[in-house]
Design a protein around this ligand. Structure first.
Ligand code: G
Ligand code: G
Ligand code: NA
Ligand code: MN
Length: 253
């Protein structure tokens, strides 16, 4: 069972491992950045699905500890990459439920500084899966994170409760179009219209725009045609261990 004691011990004992999925510049084919995905590794059971770990951490009040462990690890790996001459933007996933703790901004800044990083080297991907009660508080925390230098990305755009109103209030720098829309876009006029409007909205707001879950050449070509600069998905790469990411980035083993 994923209870508080289990999660706490796992966080301390190194269960938090990460895979990195590349974000690609669609025009040049170059590497634009990476997204860290949790790869919770239990000595007895192996990999536990990240949705289960995140849900459990949210329920037992340990989501801040989990996110901070992910950020610390990411900051350490960013430094390893930089030592190899690979300078990339590193993104982590953050749930809106994270943003309640009074000291979360300071703790995130600490995690980055400990590994000699700058907040501007990191993107926080906000997944808005739950409707949240104290939205004003959360927006204030996000604004403080943004003013501290972190970049903010709105993940899974178009799903759930990501209303235009919320979008207009978030201090985001990037919009990620959910893969359901990316895959629908080449299939129908309506799918294409939604994708096009999402891209245009992001660009009009001065934000970068990512098409996520690109699996086919057709999806890649259409995303590029509609003005999307960045793409992510199995067509380019699955999530990779750091070592393989660095091999990809440097072309050297
Ligand atoms: O990689 P995977 O298929 O397990 O991801 C499933 C879901 O879990 C995705 O929505 C992803 O954003 C989320 N997720 C992966 N890693 C993290 C993490 O470190 N923190 C949070 N909050 N969510 C994560
Ligand atoms: O919610 P979020 O967008 O962070 O979810 C990321 C999840 O999507 C990860 O589990 C990742 O492995 C998965 N993913 C990434 N690229 C693709 C893709 O091209 N197709 C599918 N089906 N899943 C993908
Ligand atoms: Na994400
Ligand atoms: Mn997403």
């Amino acid at each position: 069972v994923l209870d508080a004691a289990y999660l706490r011990k796992g966080i301390e004992d190194g269960a938090v491992r990460l895979l990195y999925q590349p974000k690609m510049e669609l025009r040049s084919g170059g590497l634009a950045g990476v997204e860290a995905l949790l790869h919770w590794t239990d000595p007895a059971f192996g990999i536990v699905p990240s949705t289960q770990v995140v849900d459990a951490a949210e329920k037992c009040g340990l989501i801040d500890e989990l996110t901070l462990a992910v950020l610390s690890r990411t900051a350490r790996d960013r430094r390893t990459a930089a030592d190899r001459g690979v300078f990339l933007d590193f993104a982590i996933n953050v749930s809106l439920k994270n943003l309640h703790g009074p000291d979360i901004v300071e703790r995130m800044l600490d995690a980055v500084a400990t590994e000699l990083g700058e907040p501007s080297d990191f993107t926080l991907e906000i997944t808005e899966t739950h409707l949240v009660d104290d939205l004003a508080k959360i927006l204030e925390t996000l604004l403080r994170l943004r003013l501290s230098g972190f970049k903010i990305s709105l993940d899974d755009y178009g799903t759930g409760a990501s209303s235009m109103q919320l979008l207009s209030q978030l201090p985001s720098t990037e919009l990620k179009i959910d893969r359901s829309f990316v895959s629908a876009a080449p299939k129908s006029k309506q799918g294409r219209a939604f994708m096009q409007s999402a891209v245009e909205l992001a660009l009009q707001m001065g934000q970068s725009v990512v098409a996520e879950g690109i699996e086919t050449e057709e999806e890649r070509a259409l995303a590029l045609e509609l003005g999307c600069q960045i793409g992510q998905g199995y067509l380019f790469s699955r999530p990779l261990p750091l070592k393989e990411l660095l091999e990809m980035a440097t072309g050297m083993p």
